[in-house]
Design a protein around this ligand. Structure first.
Ligand SMILES: [Zn+2]
Length: 467
């Protein structure tokens, strides 16, 4: 066997050809990002049909689409997308149960098919065994390029030291960011990981000593870092000259984080199965979808139809580049909306307005649909808080009751009756249902949310499901 036949990464890709297909930054921002709508639509239509063809080779889609009565040839173009049944994480879990440990959605068996250099990462799942995802060299490289576009759009440049506070391990966010930084930006990744890998005080010391310019992580942890610096170490985060923060805001408050660090905060949207899907440009006015690599729909789940621009719906993503585990109409269960109109930055790709909550994190409370995530963006209006909160749902005398525990910035539990009453009023407005608010001491929720240990924060504890 010659060297060129071995399953080496360097043998697996024609890199210049791949860069033609999916240009890395800054080339992308001068070309594909400014493509006119009809050119972009034609590109998407062509790549979509390649994905459909590939999906018909994958047992998961044969089964899932077959159940809906679809046969090869029924999907003739991207205009037929609405006849394709979406799938969600529940379907992926079912696939894993049928064919452990990787499920039958990869279209590849790493134990018996011809070997190739693979990367495995998982969802950041907090319950049960996380969902594995295998990336072929090409899939991974496209994911790296999308991640690099996000970093460039936010302002990462050569020589920057970029501190990455995502967990390093099975979950994808940390290592994927490292690959994008290292391969495509000229910046230097500083991989401190989450608080369990490098304690928060040490993270601050390193930032200061090495003059880190950019911070990447989840908002709750970036907030926690700022508070530790300010209140425990006597270092005002605003004096640390962080140029900007790049995060996944979800429903968290951008303003609180910007005030703490005295720096801009840019939003991103991605998924382990799809890679980086969309990210803010400098306008901070919606996240541009990388539309040469993803076709995104915002759908009304009840009618199954796309909603008009500006209206809320559930995000479905279709990847336009994948070989292992094609993703066609993946219902990510996030609520968003397309921002109407063009962006002043000149990029023609559509923008997602942000993520307003998760359709599957919804709880029914006395018949009302409640999105606990919606609380994150309103608590800062009412009291001085660390921004940490957790919703606890219990069955009390046959009636659903939700208590929202909110952390004060103070070390001792304040007896703040008027603050609690004001919070309850604000929550009633945000959630349309009456809940109880309780202000607790700073740090009191660490164990419940997992803040100091992991980067995936828990906001809902539903005790009705136990026994
Ligand atoms: Zn823009």
């Amino acid at each position: 066997m010659s060297i060129s036949e071995l399953p080496f990464y360097a043998n697996a890709l024609d890199i210049p050809a791949l860069w033609e297909e999916f240009p890395p930054p800054p080339i992308y921002f001068k070309g594909v990002a400014r493509m006119d709508h009809s050119g972009l639509a034609a590109l998407q239509a062509r790549r979509f049909m390649q994905q459909v063809e590939r999906a018909w080779q994958v047992p998961f889609y044969q089964r899932h689409w077959g159940r809906a009565g679809l046969k090869p040839g029924d999907i003739r173009g991207i205009e037929d997308i609405s006849i394709i049944p979406p799938f969600s994480v529940a379907d992926l879990r079912e696939s894993i149960e049928l064919m452990p440990p990787f499920g039958d959605y990869m279209g590849y068996d790493p134990k018996s098919d011809p070997p190739m250099p693979l990367v495995m990462q998982t969802s950041g799942g907090t319950t049960g065994i996380p969902r594995p995802m295998l990336y072929s060299p090409r899939d991974r490289e496209v994911v790296n390029i999308m991640g690099a576009r996000r970093l460039y759009a936010h302002g990462v440049r050569p020589h920057d030291l970029v501190q990455v506070t995502h967990s390093l391990g099975l979950s994808n966010a940390g290592l994927s960011t490292r690959e994008s930084l290292w391969k495509y930006t000229g910046a230097v990744p500083v991989m401190t990981g989450a608080g369990s890998a490098t304690p928060t005080r040490r993270q601050i010391e390193l930032m200061k000593a090495w003059k880190v310019k950019v911070l990447i992580g989840f908002p709750a942890y970036l907030r926690h870092m700022a508070l530790v610096a300010r209140d425990e170490m006597g270092i005002d985060p605003r004096t640390m000259n962080v140029r900007f923060l790049s995060t996944h805001l979800g429903t968290e408050d951008r303003g609180v984080l910007e005030d703490l660090w005295g720096a801009k905060v840019y939003d991103t949207y991605g998924a382990n199965e799809a890679g980086m899907i969309a990210a803010d440009c400098e306008e901070q006015n919606g996240m541009h979808v990388y539309e040469d690599a993803h076709f995104v729909e915002v759908v009304d789940l009840e009618s199954g139809q796309a909603v008009p621009e500006g209206e809320n719906g559930t995000v479905f993503v279709t990847c336009l580049f994948k070989h292992l585990a094609p993703m066609i109409r993946f219902n990510i269960n996030d609520i968003s909306a397309f921002v109407p109109g063009d962006c002043p930055c000149g990029c023609t790709h559509r923008r997602l307005a942000g993520i307003f909550g998760r359709s599957d994190n919804m709880v029914k409370l006395r018949g009302v649909n409640v999105y606990p995530d919606a609380i994150g963006s309103v608590i800062g209006d009412v009291i001085e808080t660390t921004g940490e909160y957790v919703c606890v749902v219990d069955l009390v005398d046959g009636r659903d009751e939700m208590t929202v525990l909110v952390e004060s910035v103070r070390e001792e539990a304040p007896n703040n009756q008027s603050g609690q009453a004001a919070l309850e009023l604000r929550f009633k407005e945000a959630l349309n249902v009456k809940v109880t608010a309780k202000i607790v001491a700073r740090g009191a929720l660490d164990q419940m949310t997992g803040l100091s240990k992991t980067s995936k924060i828990k906001r809902l504890i539903d005790n009705r499901k136990k026994g």
